[in-house]
Design a protein around this ligand. Structure first.
Ligand code: GRF
Length: 222
């Protein structure tokens, strides 16, 4: 069964633990959207800078008492049709994953299935990419399932690894495409009414790095 796209913007919850630059990209992208609105921001940490970004945008926030408590998490997500992990560093408890099957997505700063898994976050991801000798890295948006960074991939945006890259320079290049890919995926899922099964998208104009291209229609099936 497919869900017809609704006429009012779908409520989206964003889960955060840190700085929240991906959250900011979502807040900016959907400020006036008819497809999706950032309805709430849920943090695993009281001190997360992301919370400030949400407050500044007038979005309700909540700090989890115990991120391992599935009931608390599900109730924090409220009526969200889609929940987005954007720099959320805690494991989502399996009971919450089950409640949000195909409605819970994550962004990861590498081309999964490589360079993911428990403990692979932040600088460590980029260090691992550089020491592997990989020629490309990038951003991946995928469904969250019971294992870290293992759920089906929705979309990826590659960037080149350059000679002389440091973990910081590579992280910055990847982050730039994260900020474009995540809103695109959220928009596309919202446009489709957040389907009850997995969606796989690819960049229409597959390109290394960022072009000056329009952001519209950048994703297609496949
Ligand atoms: C991003 O690189 C994201 O891919 C990863 O954590 C980082 C969060 O950055 N999951 P921010 O909090 O969105 O600035």
């Amino acid at each position: 069964m497919t869900t017809a796209p609704s006429s009012s913007p779908i409520p989206v919850a964003v889960l955060v633990s840190g700085g929240g630059t991906n959250l900011q990209a979502l807040l900016d992208a959907f400020r006036a959207s008819t497809l999706a609105r950032i309805a709430r921001v849920v943090s695993s940490r009281a001190g997360a800078r992301a919370l400030e970004r949400a407050r500044r945008a007038g979005v309700p926030t909540m700090v989890l008492r115990d991120p391992d408590d599935a009931d608390e998490l599900v109730s924090a997500l409220g009526d969200a049709r889609l929940a987005v992990l954007a720099g959320y560093l805690k494991r989502v408890p399996p009971a919450a994953v089950a409640r949000f099957r195909w409605r819970l997505i994550n962004i990861h700063p590498a081309l999964l299935p490589d360079f993911g898994g428990r403990g692979m976050y932040g600088r460590r991801v980029h260090e691992a990419v550089l020491s592997s000798g990989a020629r490309a890295s990038g951003a991946t948006v995928h469904y969250v399932d019971e294992e870290f960074d293992r759920g089906p991939i929705i979309a990826q945006w590659p960037v080149p690894v350059q000679v002389g890259d440091t973990p910081e320079s590579l992280a910055a290049r990847v982050l730039e495409v994260e900020h474009r890919l995540l809103p695109l995926v959220v928009e596309e899922l919202a446009r489709r009414g957040v389907p009850e099964g997995p969606v796989r998208l690819s960049l229409r104009d597959s390109t290394f790095g960022i072009g000056d291209k329009l952001d519209e229609n950048l994703l297609q099936d496949g």
